[in-house]
Design a protein around this ligand. Structure first.
Ligand SMILES: Cc1cc2nc3c(=O)[nH]c(=O)nc-3n(C[C@H](O)[C@H](O)[C@H](O)COP(=O)(O)OP(=O)(O)OC[C@H]3O[C@@H](n4cnc5c(N)ncnc54)[C@H](O)[C@@H]3O)c2cc1C
Ligand SMILES: *[C@@H]1O[C@H](CO)[C@@H](O)[C@H](O)[C@H]1NC(C)=O
Ligand SMILES: *[C@@H]1O[C@H](CO)[C@@H](O)[C@H](O)[C@H]1NC(C)=O
Ligand SMILES: *[C@@H]1O[C@H](CO)[C@@H](O)[C@H](O)[C@H]1NC(C)=O
Ligand SMILES: *[C@@H]1O[C@H](CO)[C@@H](O)[C@H](O)[C@H]1NC(C)=O
Ligand SMILES: *[C@@H]1O[C@H](CO)[C@@H](O)[C@H](O)[C@H]1NC(C)=O
Ligand SMILES: *[C@@H]1O[C@H](CO)[C@@H](O)[C@H](O)[C@H]1NC(C)=O
Ligand SMILES: *[C@@H]1O[C@H](CO)[C@@H](O)[C@H](O)[C@H]1NC(C)=O
Ligand SMILES: *[C@@H]1O[C@H](CO)[C@@H](O)[C@H](O)[C@H]1NC(C)=O
Ligand SMILES: *[C@@H]1O[C@H](CO)[C@@H](O)[C@H](O)[C@H]1NC(C)=O
Ligand SMILES: *[C@@H]1O[C@H](CO)[C@@H](O)[C@H](O)[C@H]1NC(C)=O
Ligand SMILES: CC(=O)N[C@H]1CO[C@H](CO)[C@@H](O)[C@@H]1O
Length: 595
């Protein structure tokens, strides 16, 4: 079942689940050409900033999004249909350069191309990372405001923890003390049981030294196995479009949302030094015509970790030599733009299982698919309320692991995993294997050492940048993903899986054989960060100051996952929300806006 793209349906408008009433303007239709703030990109970062700044009725905000509305995009709204958004018109469809450590394979990279950005197509896992992760950000940036404790008000403004779709008793599945029940973005536990639930929980009891249970991996200490918390509310995806740009917010007269509009560059308003970058160049017809609009106060770049540096580079803000060689006029020499790209490598390990109760059975049976969709549509219940990931787990390498003779521990601290497990009751992609039923136990490196870069191959801003993650280029990452795979195999070798697991994803027994499987099957977890990194004010590296202002220019900030100075041991939407909530307050304080 592919490409559900039905019109917005009346009942869901009433429930506010699928639709949001977004102003849908052509450039010519903008009521005014003067805006206080212009925000580029309506994903996790941009939607929050647009929403928060327009709370003050005395400021006008323009949000520009390259993609269309999320309204009526059924595969985005239905949690279990997430995989059908990948590789569609709602996906930027980026690809990496050949990855040398992956036998020169190129890897697909998804990014949302619709309102809500990647929060409209992601897997919805709600993971904050650990207290160590944010305390390290505070140390690196020299700004205590990025520490775990000081970010808690912003965690609370973001999160609205709600009951799962099936209203089951959630006692013992999360810790209410560490959650917020009055923020913007719905978070909930799974709303439909799966057959692997009891097996996973039993393993944590049988092997409670290596694989202990963690009541709440969002408490600041993530180690162990926990029930997945997802950005799902009342059975439907809770994207930044549904929540931060819901109907009651886009109704605001001082917020304009311009869809299907590609920003090509950000430009200085005059020839003064340092340059003041408040003009945005855009196109609505793939470059046939371009328009400009200038912010009175600030431009906020929230195009994500791939496009924010790309827009800066095309604007002449980046490494001077590389820009000059492409005949891009240098506006400001800023060598770190696009550098330090960090992403988590992941193996999607498929274990053949002795069961028919998995996602493959559904995806091979169109009649069943229709029944489940009908149930979801009618009552927001059934298997379709669940995103695929039912448990998440983080573990550490043993402290005497040989790899630490060569590498300093790259994890942020003792509460933080080196590796992550992601459990799904079946293989998650739009083209599942033709036969067999599977447990997908993905394994990834939480704090990878490898660094890559975003560069340009052309001065045409409508072309994709070159994206090189350098996945597994560090020996540490290869070692850790290999150990994670071995640990996953131990996990499913415990008594509770006996008679269930029929075959491992690989017959490898030696490290060399494991490495070949790894090189041939590693993918990206789609969590790129770091390309417009924060660094201390005055540092010789970095792209933005701790207040997210672009170094060396005026008028311009970056607010999205690209500013992370290190990848947290987490999936990256929640951390992006926290950054954007704090950024909104920093901007409001700078301009004396209503907080
Ligand atoms: C398949 C997949 C699964 C994922 N699963 C999870 C998960 O389960 N949990 C989790 O926490 N994270 C997950 N993530 C990652 C998470 O969604 C992102 O980290 C997060 O959305 C990043 O937010 P952002 O604001 O930086 O960028 P985005 O959310 O990508 O937003 C950027 C926006 O800018 C727009 N844009 C870009 N360039 C331009 C331009 N030139 N002009 C105008 N607009 C532009 C884009 O269209 C997009 O709407 C997943 C990602 C993918 C791809
Ligand atoms: C938008 O502009 C077009 C012409 O550019 C015009 O035909 C149309 O009526 C306008 N729509 C609105 C809602 O103002
Ligand atoms: C509203 O903004 C204008 C200019 O941006 C400013 O002159 C005025 O004082 C503001 N009014 C209030 C009530 O903040
Ligand atoms: C992404 O690729 C798919 C499949 O080739 C295609 O249908 C879709 O239009 C592409 N998306 C964009 C934004 O070009
Ligand atoms: C990958 O490509 C590089 C550069 O073209 C080459 O040097 C290297 O041998 C290739 N590696 C493999 C495993 O094919
Ligand atoms: C990458 O980040 C590190 C700090 O994590 C910094 O020392 C280094 O200068 C950065 N490199 C670039 C090119 O910005
Ligand atoms: C959902 O229900 C509405 C109203 O009953 C109906 O019009 C619509 O076609 C249904 N959509 C799907 C995808 O089943
Ligand atoms: C690490 O220590 C454990 C015992 O605590 C031991 O069994 C194991 O062999 C050690 N591993 C290495 C690599 O030294
Ligand atoms: C980069 O540009 C060159 C020259 O224009 C072209 O041959 C090459 O295919 C481009 N590479 C990519 C990955 O786009
Ligand atoms: C599959 O599971 C059934 C019980 O559900 C069991 O009888 C059978 O032996 C299992 N098959 C294998 C190959 O382990
Ligand atoms: C493992 O070996 C068995 C027996 O030779 C074979 O049937 C199976 O396909 C192999 N599995 C993988 C993943 O290569
Ligand atoms: C600057 C601007 O456009 N302000 C408007 C914001 O929206 C309120 C009502 O929602 C108007 O009263 C303001 O004029």
């Amino acid at each position: 079942m592919k490409g559900h793209n039905l019109l917005c349906i009346a009942w869901s408008t009433l429930l506010g689940l699928l639709c949001s009433a977004t102003s849908f303007d052509r450039f010519d239709n903008l009521s005014s050409s003067a805006f206080d703030f212009i925000i580029v990109g309506g994903g996790a970062g941009g939607a929050v900033v647009a929403s928060r700044l327009s709370e003050d009725p005395n400021v006008s905000v323009l949000l520009i999004e390259a993609g269309p509305s999320n309204e009526g995009v059924l595969d985005s709204a239905v949690p279990a249909l997430q995989q059908f958004t990948i590789g569609t018109i709602y996906d930027w469809n980026f690809t990496t350069t050949p990855q040398e450590a992956l036998n020169n394979r190129t890897i697909p990279i998804s990014r949302g191309l619709l309102l809500g950005g990647t929060t409209s197509i992601n897997n919805m896992a709600y993971t904050r990372g650990t207290s160590d992760d944010y305390d390290r950000w505070a140390r690196i940036t020299g700004d205590e405001g990025w520490s775990w404790n000081e970010l808690q008000p912003y965690v609370r403004k973001n999160e609205r923890f709600v009951e799962p779709a099936d209203h089951h008793d959630t006692t013992g599945q999360f810790d209410p003390a560490v959650h917020s029940f009055d923020g913007m973005n719905f978070v909930s536990l799974g709303g439909f049981p799966t057959p692997i639930d009891t097996k996973v929980i039993r393993t944590t009891q049988e092997q409670d030294t290596e694989f202990k249970f963690n009541l709440d991996y969002n408490s600041g200490n993530q180690l162990g196995v926990g029930w997945t918390q997802s950005t799902v509310g009342f059975g439907a995806r809770s994207s930044s479009a549904r929540t931060y740009l819901g109907p009651e917010i886009t109704r605001r007269k001082n917020l304009s949302v311009l869809l299907n509009t590609r920003v090509t560059r950000v430009l200085p308003v005059d020839n003064a030094r340092p340059p003041t970058i408040r003009t945005v160049e855009l196109t609505q017809d793939a470059g046939k015509t371009v328009q400009q609009v200038t912010a009175q106060k600030e431009v906020i770049l929230s195009a994500g970790s791939i496009m924010s540096p790309a827009v800066l580079l095309h604007s002449g803000i980046g490494p001077a030599e590389a820009l000059s060689s492409l005949n891009i006029k240098v506006v400001h020499d800023l060598p770190s733009v696009g550098q330090n790209l960090t992403n988590q490598p992941i193996l999607r390990n498929a274990f053949l299982v002795n069961s028919t109760q998995t996602l493959e059975t559904v995806s091979r049976n169109p009649t069943l698919e229709n029944e489940l969709l009908h149930e979801w549509n009618k009552t927001k219940t059934g298997p379709y309320v669940n995103p695929p990931d039912v448990f998440l787990a983080w573990f550490r390498l043993p402290s005497n692991s040989s790899i630490f003779e060569q590498f300093d521990d790259p994890a942020a601290g003792p509460n933080t995993g080196h590796m992550e497990f992601i459990f799904a009751n079946g293989v998650l992609n739009a083209n599942p294997p033709a036969s067999g039923n599977f447990l997908q136990l993905s394994t990834s490196v939480s704090s990878p050492v490898s660094r890559g870069e975003i560069t340009l191959n052309t001065s045409n801003p409508l072309e994709h940048p070159l994206i090189n993650f350098n996945l597994l280029s560090s020996e540490y990452d290869l070692f850790t993903i290999r150990e994670a795979l071995k640990a996953a195999t131990r996990f499913v070798s415990t008594p509770s899986w006996a008679g269930y697991i029929l075959a491992a994803p690989t017959n490898a027994t030696t490290d060399e054989e494991f490495d070949e499987y790894i090189r041939m099957t590693t993918l990206t977890e789609n969590h790129p960060v770091g390309t417009c990194s924060m660094s201390p004010k005055g540092a010789s590296w970095g792209v933005v100051d701790p207040d997210l202002k672009v170094k060396g220019v005026r008028g311009l900030r970056v607010v999205d996952a690209s500013v992370f100075p290190r990848i947290p041991s987490a999936h990256t939407q929640a951390p992006t929300y926290f950054v954007a909530e704090r950024a909104s307050d920093l901007i409001k304080k700078d301009w004396n806006l209503r907080l």
